[in-house]
Design a protein around this ligand. Sequence first.
Ligand code: FAD
Length: 116
Amino acid sequence: TLPADCPPDVERLGNSTWTLLHTIAATYPEKPTGMQKDDLRGFMATFSRLYPCWVCAEDFQDYMKKDKLKVEGRKEFGNWLCEAHNEVNRKLGKKEFDCSKWEERWRTGWKDGRCD
Ligand code: FAD
């Protein structure tokens, strides 16, 4: 990876972007209003077109066509996003993430106190 003061490569851009996306999931309401659901749908649709790694964006748009975005609540969106990230992990030959643990990783902190 390049030093932090150089333009980001695909890895650093991806790592930072997943941090933003999973953190949006972590702070998304359990019971969102109609407007919050619309915001998330709009954000994800725009994101999937603007993401500045064009091959990544194209594949992500295809993924969103076959596995429809879930905006009904935090758990639904968080799990959907975890599955989407796992699809990319598989494509890149990375380890799959256990989606039963996404809230520990991104919202509550690990049960063993690692983030305290
Ligand atoms: P990352 O995959 O960036 O993950 C960051 C952290 O998230 C991990 O350390 C882990 O703690 C946690 N995590 C891992 N998996 C999950 C999961 N399923 N759910 C929740 N948390 C998880 N790169 C390419 O080379 N080609 C592509 O086509 C491509 N497409 C991408 C599409 C999108 C939408 C995004 C956001 C990124 C894409 N990337 C792509 C970048 C790639 O996914 C990684 O971000 C990059 O390779 C850096 O990987 P990393 O090892 O730092 O971990």
